[in-house]
Design a binder for this molecule. Structure first.
Ligand code: ADP
Length: 362
C-alpha cells in the first residue's frame, strides 16, 4: 500500500509529538514525586512537623499531578495534532494545485503557469517550471509560425506548376520548351525552398554541427573571390578583396563561414546589376570583421530591420522574380551567432548595401 505525502507528514508529526509527550510523562512521573518527597524532607529537617499530613500531602500532590498531566496531554496533543494537520494540508494543497496546473500544461494549455508560493522550495520549483513553460511556449510559437510561413511559401510555386500542368492536360497551351523550362524553374525553386527550410530548422533548433577551429580565413576569401569573379558577366559588377596580407587567426567553422560568405556574395551579385562588390576585412580588439559591400539597389530604411527575418524579401526582389527564398540571411545570421559573432547591415536605396559580420579572434 502506498501512503500519500499528506499522511506521511501527519504521521511523522504525530510520531514526534507522541515521543515528546510520552518522554515528558514518564520522566515527570518518575522524578516529580521524588522531588516532592525530597522537598518535604528538607522542610522536616528545617523543623516543620509534617508527620500527620505527610501521606495526605503526597497523595494530594499525585492527584494534582495526574489531573494536570491528563489535561495537558489532551490539550497538547489536540493542539499539536490540529496544527500538524493544518501544516500538512497547506503543503498538500499547494502541491495538488501544482500538479493540476502541470497536467493542464501537458494537455496543451501552454499558458498555464504556477502561482508563487510562500514556501521557498515550492516557490523555486514553481519558478523553474514557469521558465521551462515559457521556453516551451516560445518553441511552440516558433514552430507554428514556421509552418505557417512555410505553407505560404510552398503554395505559390505549387499553384503555378499545377496551373501549367492542368492547362497542358486540357490542351489549353502548347507544350513548348519554354513552358517546360518554367515548370523546371518552379520545381527548382521548390527544391531550394525545401533545402533551405531543412537548414533553417536545424539552425533554429541549434542542431547544426559547428566545428570551431583556429583558422586563417584569407585563403577562403581569395578562393571565393576567384569563384565569384568567374561567374560575373562582362558588364556586371567588379569584385575585389581588401584584406591585410597577414590575417590573425579566428575561432570559426570554415565551412559555415563559407556558407555565410556565399550567401552574402550571392545576394550582392543578385542585387548589384553594375558597379562594385568589395569584401573588406579588418580587426578590432577581439574580433575579425568581414564586410561585403555592394553598390547595388540597396534596401529601404523601413525594410532594414526585417532583412534577417525568415522569408522576408523586399518588394523589388519579389517582383524581380530573383528566385530568392528569403531564408538565406536568416540562416547566415544564425550561423554567425552560433560561431560567437554578430551580423549587421547598413544600406541605402540606390547606393548599395553593406553586410558585415564578426568572428572571435583566436
Ligand atoms: P533571398 O534568397 O531572397 O536572397 P535572403 O535572406 O538572402 O533571401 O535575403 C532576403 C532579402 O533581403 C532579399 O530578398 C532582398 O530583398 C534583400 N537583400 C539581401 N541582400 C541584399 C543586397 N545585397 N542588396 C539589396 N537587397 C538585399
Amino acid at each position: 500500500m502506498k501512503i500519500g505525502l499528506r499522511m506521511r507528514l501527519l504521521f511523522s508529526h504525530l510520531v514526534v509529538m507522541f515521543v515528546g509527550v510520552i518522554s515528558l510523562v514518564i520522566i515527570s512521573k518518575i522524578s516529580s514525586p521524588r522531588f516532592f518527597v525530597l522537598h518535604l524532607q528538607r522542610l522536616e529537617n528545617e523543623g516543620l512537623d509534617l508527620i500527620d499530613v505527610r501521606t495526605e500531602l503526597v497523595e494530594g500532590f499525585e492527584t494534582a499531578w495526574r489531573r494536570s498531566t491528563i489535561w495537558s496531554v489532551i490539550v497538547g496533543t489536540t493542539a499539536a495534532g490540529g496544527l500538524s494537520y493544518w501544516v500538512s494540508q497547506r503543503i498538500m494543497q499547494q502541491l495538488t494545485e501544482m500538479e493540476q496546473i502541470t497536467r493542464k500544461f501537458a494537455a496543451g494549455n501552454l499558458e498555464a503557469r504556477l502561482p508563487a508560493s510562500n514556501i521557498p522550495e515550492l516557490n523555486r520549483l514553481g519558478a523553474s517550471f514557469n521558465r521551462m513553460a515559457a521556453s516551451l511556449e516560445g518553441v511552440e510559437a516558433r514552430r507554428r509560425e514556421l509552418i505557417g510561413d512555410m505553407t505560404h511559401e510552398l503554395r505559390t510555386p505549387l499553384t503555378v506548376v499545377r496551373g501549367y500542368l492542368e492547362e497542358l492536360a486540357d490542351g489549353g497551351i502548347e507544350p513548348t520548351p519554354d513552358i517546360y523550362q518554367r515548370l523546371a524553374r518552379e520545381t527548382k525553386r521548390l527544391e531550394r525552398l525545401v533545402n533551405d527550410l531543412q537548414e533553417l530548422s536545424k539552425a533554429e533548433a541549434g542542431y547544426l554541427p559547428i566545428n570551431i577551429q583556429q583558422v586563417n580565413l584569407r585563403p577562403l576569401l581569395e578562393s571565393l573571390v576567384e569563384k565569384f569573379t568567374d561567374q560575373l558577366l562582362e558588364d556586371g559588377p567588379v569584385l575585389s578583396l581588401e584584406c591585410p596580407a597577414s590575417l590573425p587567426l579566428v575561432l570559426a567553422d570554415v565551412d559555415r563561414t563559407e556558407q555565410v560568405l556565399v550567401n552574402l556574395l550571392g545576394n550582392a551579385v543578385r542585387y548589384t546589376p553594375q558597379g562594385a562588390i568589395t569584401i573588406r576585412v579588418w580587426t578590432d580588439v577581439s574580433q575579425l570583421w568581414i564586410a561585403v559591400v555592394d553598390t547595388g539597389i540597396g534596401i529601404a530604411p523601413e525594410d532594414l530591420p526585417h532583412v534577417f527575418e525568415r522569408f522576408w524579401r523586399a518588394d523589388e526582389s519579389r517582383t524581380r522574380q530573383s528566385g530568392g527564398t528569403g531564408i538565406g540571411l536568416t540562416i547566415s545570421h544564425r550561423l554567425v551567432e552560433l560561431q560567437g559573432g554578430q551580423m549587421q547591415v547598413e544600406s541605402e536605396p540606390g547606393s548599395g548595401s553593406n553586410f558585415q559580420f564578426s568572428l572571435p579572434l583566436a
